[in-house]
Design a protein around this ligand. Structure first.
Ligand code: GLP
Length: 242
């Protein structure tokens, strides 16, 4: 695992943006695995800035696949992860809706949503570069502690801690969905390059466990240690316990 400690979140974001742009320049039909939450925002800000100033690559052939999605929000709700990634990244890069994917959380489709999403990713040729954040409890996507290291895309129940962490995006904790669809750890590990970004002191314990602790379901992000090409981009605060 390659661990890069930078002075600030924007610097970490710029390094991830460099990796994405290099990939897209080398492979016009690249498949990018997108992550939501606040951690990847410096990456998206930088990609959008470079696109607007004309120095970024063309994204016409790129496809994106979100890691996860809430279950139970009305379609189009601004906090669905599909709406979030369009707003924060893909609309600004000029990607059409057909290029942007996420697990399907509609009630009728739920029983088959995991398998259908995996097929969609496989048909696109698999994920070239998967962006990742990390939860304060070490969760990856919505794979909470205890998730099997070989797990596939499926429905999960959020822990009280994750619902509390994510309540800031909603009016109150009661509005945070209880159920989600998430790529499994086994699914995520199939991406050809994993790029995690973590910033701030609140992530220091989770990063220490993920990077230097044992590979264990009690810290789902430690599964990254099993991957042959994983990059972890940190600011000094998130790296403080390494
Ligand atoms: C959510 C997402 C994760 C993300 C985590 C951390 O639970 N499903 O993909 O890594 O939040 O969020 P943040 O980056 O806002 O701390």
């Amino acid at each position: 695992m390659e661990v890069v400690i930078t002075a600030s979140a924007p610097e970490a974001g710029a390094l991830a943006a460099d990796a994405i742009e290099a990939l897209v320049r080398a492979k016009a039909d690249a498949v990018i695995g997108t992550a939501t939450g606040s951690s990847p925002l410096p990456i998206y800000t930088e990609l959008v800035r470079r696109h607007r100033d004309g120095t970024g690559p063309a994204y016409d052939g790129v496809r994106t696949f979100n890691l996860d999605e809430y279950v139970g929000l009305p379609p189009g709700h601004e906090q669905t992860y599909l709406a979030t990634i369009r707003r924060e990244l893909t609309d600004a890069l000029g990607l059409t809706r057909d290029q942007v994917h996420g697990p399907d959380p509609t009630e009728a489709g739920l029983p088959t949503a995991g398998a259908r999403y995996e097929q969609l990713i496989a048909r696109a040729g698999g994920v070239d570069l998967q962006l990742l954040g990390i939860g304060s409890d070490g969760h990856l996507a919505f794979n909470e502690p205890g998730s099997s290291l070989g797990s596939r895309t499926r429905i999960k129940t959020l822990t009280a801690r994750t619902r509390a962490d994510n309540a800031r995006f909603f009016g109150s904790i009661g509005e945070v969905p209880v159920h989600v669809l998430t790529q499994g750890l086994g699914t995520i590990l199939e991406a050809r390059h994993l790029v995690m970004i973590a910033t701030g002191a609140g992530k220091a314990d989770a990063i220490a466990a993920a990077v230097e602790g044992p590979v264990s379901a009690s810290c789902p992000a430690s599964a990254m240690q099993l991957h042959p090409h994983a990059t972890v981009l940190l600011d000094e605060a998130a790296a403080a316990r390494l």
